[in-house]
Design a binder for this molecule. Structure first.
Ligand code: NI
Length: 193
């Protein structure tokens, strides 16, 4: 894998996300990137360059942050680096197959898409998931109670939607931690002084 394109992708994302808030920032992208490489290595599957670039560019056209069409930000980067059309489409397909809201119930068709989707979903659960959820609720001006609904609506469902065995294993631990958190939260609400 040409390392310079990966380094350039990291820099491109830094610039693109310069104004992004805490729940969807460059740190999120980098965690997803590292999760994805870890899963790919453990599974021994997938084209690493596609996985790495799809992970780094997976939120480059996120509708919550950008008003681009047809993955314009991701495509601009890939074009600038002369990534061939076939590989470009594989990367774009992986990116487009991972969104939770747009692909409810559908699984990515490629192993690269499956791995990056798992990597992104792992970052939505566990201690990091809890922190990001409340950060996002704050960004949207939502109350804690309103934000808590997100656990039932989405976060507690993710464990059963992982594609790879590696992510299933990691998700199990993070899921248990969220359950303990919710249990403690409910307990404190009912605490009497
Ligand atoms: Ni993401």
């Amino acid at each position: 894998m040409k390392n310079n394109i990966i380094d350039d992708a990291k820099e491109y994302i830094q610039n693109l996300f310069v104004e992004a808030a805490g729940s969807h920032d460059t740190d999120h992208i980098m965690r997803v990137y590292h999760n994805a490489l870890q899963i790919a290595e453990a599974e021994g599957k997938g084209d690493i360059e596609i996985i790495a670039l799809a992970a780094l560019l997976h939120d480059a056209d996120d509708h919550k942050l950008f008003h681009t069409v047809n993955n314009a930000n991701a495509r601009r980067f890939l074009e600038k680096h002369s990534v061939n059309p076939e590989k470009t489409e594989q990367i774009i397909e992986a990116i487009n197959s991972i969104s939770f809201s747009q692909n409810r119930g559908k699984k990515p068709s490629t192993i690269e898409g499956k791995i990056v989707q798992d990597a992104d979903r792992l970052d939505a659960i566990g201690a990091i998931g809890i922190a990001r959820t409340f950060a996002y609720g704050g960004e949207k001006g939502r109350s804690l109670e309103e934000t808590l609904k997100h656990f039932d609506e989405k976060l507690l469902l993710l464990k059963d939607e992982m594609n790879t065995e590696t992510a299933k294993r990691l998700a199990e631990v993070r899921h248990e931690f969220m359950l303990s958190f919710l249990e403690e939260y409910a307990k404190e609400l009912n605490d009497e002084c």
